[in-house]
Design a protein around this ligand. Structure first.
Ligand code: SAM
Ligand code: SF4
Length: 330
């Protein structure tokens, strides 16, 4: 079995794998997915055993960080069992989860016991009616309970993800930041990207500098954090008074493609070397009915070697992928 790293044609080393465990969701956030979706049949999803087999091979090529996502990953029954499998893989140094938090209250303990280290919870509004408008379902209370459950269980590294869109929830940046500061957790604002079902307009993107200005004037000045990971997508800031951290994922105004170290696998086993990739590499034939490790390695190499320098959504050449975010794994 090969042992070289996953290095693309631009010298980027890939150690970070995002695993989507389902395309289903209990919300319908307008920036992410359409209301009516033909979801994958459950037989099409990779089983936990298949995901585990894949990760065991990917680690021989340097993958050492995994994030579980979806769709809503907590809709996948017994997700903690997958966490348990992955936490037994020696090379994996970091297992994290991105969730909308709605089902976290009941699952957080089992996930922690299984070895989950970090949780990121998405929260775009603190106004119940707006939650309904933005996510097309009721759920703010459940999400807030999920956040508290994670805090009370002592998860060390809880983060909030917020997508703020002009004219929709950009007036909540300050309150969301205050909420996170009071809870003593980090909040990350993600610039709105063209990957959802609704028509994207650049004019609606609340840009990194606008987010920072709002927080600076409403709460406290922010200063760049000293020692953040340059490979990480978020620019990190700390409040001048030392009480809290804010991250900005400026995918639109300051793309981080040059330092991208991520690959993704969709719930049905398609490798994607970019969120915005137009081509995928199917690995299911190498997992089902029998494991073919050589095939998986070749598929990984092929996928990485065909990675482009970066997404094009600031240019006229941008082509929106067929999949919306929920079916990719954000
Ligand atoms: N359901 C889980 C959740 O919401 O956290 C995990 C999957 S969701 C696709 C992962 C992240 O992608 C969420 O934080 C969500 O806000 C973000 N996201 C979805 N669509 C987006 C878009 N068009 N632009 C920026 N971020 C987006
Ligand atoms: Fe579901 Fe997450 Fe997409 Fe919202 S952002 S619709 S919670 S997958």
């Amino acid at each position: 079995m090969g042992s070289s790293k996953l290095i693309d044609n631009f010298g980027r080393v890939h150690n970070n794998l995002r695993i989507s465990v389902t395309d289903r969701c209990n919300l319908r956030c307008v920036y992410c997915m359409p209301e009516n979706v033909q979801f994958l049949d459950s037989k099409e999803l990779l089983s936990f055993e298949e995901i585990n087999a894949f990760v065991n091979i990917a680690v021989t090529r340097g993958i050492n960080k995994v994030r579980l996502t979806g769709g809503e990953p907590l809709l996948r029954r017994d997700l903690h069992k997958l966490v348990e499998y992955l936490s037994k893989i020696e090379q994996i140094q970091d297992i994290s989860l991105t969730t909308n938090g709605m089902l976290l209250t009941n699952q957080a303990k089992a996930l922690k016991e299984a070895g989950l280290k970090r949780i990121t919870i998405s929260l775009d509004t603190l106004i119940p009616d707006r939650f309904q408008d933005l996510c097309k379902r009721d759920g703010l209370e459940q999400t807030l309970e999920g956040i508290d459950a994670a805090i009370n269980l002592g998860f060390q590294n809880i983060k909030l993800n917020s997508v703020c869109i002009k004219g929709i929830n950009d007036d909540e940046v300050e309150n969301l930041a205050k909420f996170a500061r009071e809870k003593q957790i980090e909040i990350r604002f993600i610039e709105y990207m063209p990957i959802g079902a609704n028509p994207w307009e650049k004019a609606k993107v609340l840009l990194a500098h606008e987010i920072l200005e709002k927080i600076d004037s409403a709460i406290s000045p922010l200063i760049p954090a000293g020692n953040y990971d340059p490979m990480a997508p978020a620019m990190e800031f700390i409040y001048e008074d030392g009480k809290g951290k804010v991250g900005i994922i400026a995918s639109v105004s300051k793309p981080f493609c040059k330092s991208c170290n991520r690959i993704r696998i969709t719930a049905e086993g398609k490798l994607r070397n970019c969120l915005f990739a137009l081509e995928e590499t199917d690995i299911k034939p190498f997992l089902r009915p029998n494991l073919n490790a050589e095939g998986i390695l070749k598929a990984l190499d092929y996928n990485i070697s065909s990675k482009w320098p970066g997404h094009q959504f600031n240019t006229n050449d941008f082509i929106k992928p067929n999949r919306t975010m929920h079916a990719i794994g954000g």
